[in-house]
Design a protein around this ligand. Sequence first.
Ligand code: OAD
Length: 262
Amino acid sequence: MTASVPEARELLAGARSVLVLTGAGVSAESGVPTFRGRDGLWRTHRPEEIATPEAFARDPRLVWEWYGWRRERVGRCRPNAGHHALAGWALERGVTGGPGVTLVTQNVDGLHEAAAREAAGVGDPAPALPVELHGSLFRIRCTRCAHRASDRSPVDAASEASLPRCPACGALLRPNVVWFGEALDPGVLERAFAAADRAEVCMVVGTSGLVHPAASLPLATLRAGGSVIEVNPDPTPITGLARYTLRGGSATLLPELLASRS
Ligand code: OAD
């Protein structure tokens, strides 16, 4: 049902363990395009041409050109008030020894991580980093060997010869993101489902709830006896499962919902 912020706050405050699942909508107010909205990326680009292993094998230059463009665009974006509210709240609950929060994101934009590092303070070795289900635009991996690295450098996709190459074996590097038709990292998936199983509340923010296995996480929480809160301006397949639905943008609603009252 559609609820007001105080009801959802109360449910969260009483939960010993919370899973937060986010999607592209949480970064919309930072200027990162979503996938399926009015100006969504999948309106103008066909995923099978740029986000599959087959596409990369066929035309790595085209795929890198698109990822280079996204990296450049997303690299200019900053965490918004929603990312900051989540990061501050997760830190606060950790620091006070309070109920645990696991943040699981489908986003590849790195904005939760940036907000977590800011909340933890410079030099903190262990900020509460998100579980990134679909990888990151700012990590690369080798198509042949085990080499993996963080990488924010611009991509020269002028020709196949100028594409990024592995420093260890010379093979082509690829973005370390999950493409259509690829399996998610089993360790990452296990952490996400373990958090869903133990969560008393799963809060689902800014996702259309259409892509599995991410969209199955709230179902796992429900099966284990927990509740779902949804934060989204529009209805989704998750709406009917949610105990409370908060309608609006997450950069406004999350600070209201999660701000400390002390
Ligand atoms: P979508 O683009 O499918 O959905 C974005 C959701 O955010 C929609 O439900 C919007 O209503 C909501 N939204 C828009 N503005 C919002 C705001 N200001 N505050 C809160 N919510 C807002 O994005 P995802 O659900 O993340 O996968 O997409 C899931 C996966 O599909 C992505 O990770 C990507 C894509 O294909 C891969 O690339 C593997």
